[in-house]
Design a protein around this ligand. Structure first.
Ligand SMILES: Cc1cc2nc3c(=O)[nH]c(=O)nc-3n(C[C@H](O)[C@H](O)[C@H](O)COP(=O)(O)OP(=O)(O)OC[C@H]3O[C@@H](n4cnc5c(N)ncnc54)[C@H](O)[C@@H]3O)c2cc1C
Length: 388
């Protein structure tokens, strides 16, 4: 819980505990694993067994009984300690929130305890190549198949499918291909017949891989449908607002890591007289500017999470978008300033900052692009006409 602008003692203790644990792994661990194309399984398992991955999940299903503000604090601290964990955005935040709100008691007992302790990872698939930012155009279909369902379609850029036991797939009912978006959510096991994946070669190095998914006549039992068939966007947004808040937390954590590293270097590195480079305003001011923008961005993250945790989905939608925007921007600025502060060292593998330029860039594109957020704020907050 957050009161005003000060976080509760409990939240601060949570942050400290996560920072201590994630700091034991740190950026060197992530970098090494990414370079070798390996997973961060030990870190994920360790975070799960300490209860950090499930802080937002109800206690009766093995979680900490907190909110998305707590989970965002966990991710922000891990990223600030140099260990960003992309799949936290997906498994406990999107899938855990949707199943926690709309799952049946059976579905909750089946999936939530594993999501909470990290032993069961669920990826999330909405993006399609021909739809992109326009999710209204998705064509993955779900048709009735006796008591169950049969799914057909393709998804792209889906993170972590190789380390997930299941994927929460957004599909639409077969008879509404050209109508309004009527999303339905299905839990598809990654070993289901007809479900295949192809890795997408990405330039940025990170432990989590992205995949194109093919669903060819994937037969699912009736219990695979999460929520109501006619529940529509409301159910989806129970997961997409947490996704945006967590995206903000990831970017803010990354920006903190880059800023800390740059400040330490600026204090230490000296090339003129005895003064460190941080004595030059050309170096100090960009760092100070990042600090201010970062604190603005963290306030938006805090507000968005507080609104979501209070059950104000409409308010949370507006602030989650703004928080994601601000965090994506500050992460890009912070990593760029950090690289520049390090001079040539900023581009070396040893200092590990150059790859972060790409990782930070992701925060401007996914899960919703900067332009789509500006469209949202222009239309919904400012009441301007729709431009697309
Ligand atoms: C590393 C990574 C991980 C991802 N993980 C997942 C995942 O796990 N699950 C999942 O479902 N998806 C995932 N995605 C997909 C991600 O959500 C999309 O890439 C994102 O939503 C943008 O869609 P797009 O790439 O098709 O871009 P496009 O929609 O093609 O947009 C291209 C550009 O055009 C701009 N644009 C589009 N429409 C407008 C408009 N109306 N006005 C102004 N500008 C516009 C966009 O802002 C963007 O700059 C991931 C992507 C990446 C890169």
């Amino acid at each position: 819980m957050t009161t005003g602008f000060t976080e509760s003692e409990e939240r601060r203790a949570l942050r400290e505990a996560v920072r201590a644990l994630a700091g034991k792994y740190g950026h060197g661990y992530i970098q090494e694993r990414s370079r070798r194309g390996e997973k961060i399984t030990e870190l994920w398992t360790d975070m799960g067994s300490h209860g950090f991955l499930g802080v937002n999940i109800a206690e009766e299903y093995g979680g900490g009984g907190g909110g998305i503000g707590d989970l965002a604090a966990v991710l922000e601290e891990a990223a600030a300690a140099g260990a960003p964990m992309l799949l936290m955005v997906v498994s406990p935040a999107i899938c855990g929130s949707i199943i926690g709100r709309y799952g049946t008691p059976d579905q909750k007992s089946r999936w939530l305890p594993g999501i909470a302790d990290g032993s069961f990872t669920m990826a999330f698939a909405i993006t399609e190549a021909d739809a992109g930012s326009n999710s209204h155009k998705i064509t993955t279909t779900a048709a009735r198949d006796g008591d169950g369902w049969v799914l057909n379609g393709q998804k792209t850029f889906i993170s972590g499918v190789d380390e997930a036991e299941a994927v929460l797939v957004v599909a639409r009912t077969a008879d509404e291909r050209t109508g309004r978006l009527k999303p339905c959510l299905f839990v598809v096991p990654t070993d289901a017949a007809g479900f295949t994946r192809t890795p997408i070669p990405m330039t940025m190095q990170m432990p989590e891989k992205q995949f194109t998914l093919f669903l060819d006549d994937v037969h699912l039992p009736s219990q695979a449908l999460v929520g109501d068939e006619d529940g529509g966007l409301v159910q989806l947004f129970a997961g997409l607002n947490p996704e945006r808040i967590m995206g903000a937390a990831l970017s803010n954590g990354m920006a903190r890591y880059a800023l800390d590293k740059a400040v330490a270097y600026a204090r230490d590195r000296s090339v003129w007289r005895d003064a460190p480079i941080g004595a030059h305003q050309g170096i100090a001011h960009p760092l100070a500017k990042v600090k201010i923008e970062l604190e603005q961005s963290r306030l938006l993250q805090q507000k968005a999470a507080a609104l979501y945790d209070e059950g104000d989905d409409i308010g949370a939608g507006e602030y989650a978008n703004m928080a994601k925007y601000a965090a994506g921007e500050v992460a890009c600025t912070a990593t760029d300033v950090a690289v520049h502060t390090h001079g040539g060292n900023g581009l070396t593998e040893e200092y590990g900052l150059a790859n972060m330029l790409l990782a930070a860039r992701l925060g401007r594109i996914a899960p919703v692009s900067r332009e789509m957020i500006l469209n949202f704020v222009a239309m919904h907050t400012l009441g301007l006409p729709k431009s697309y």
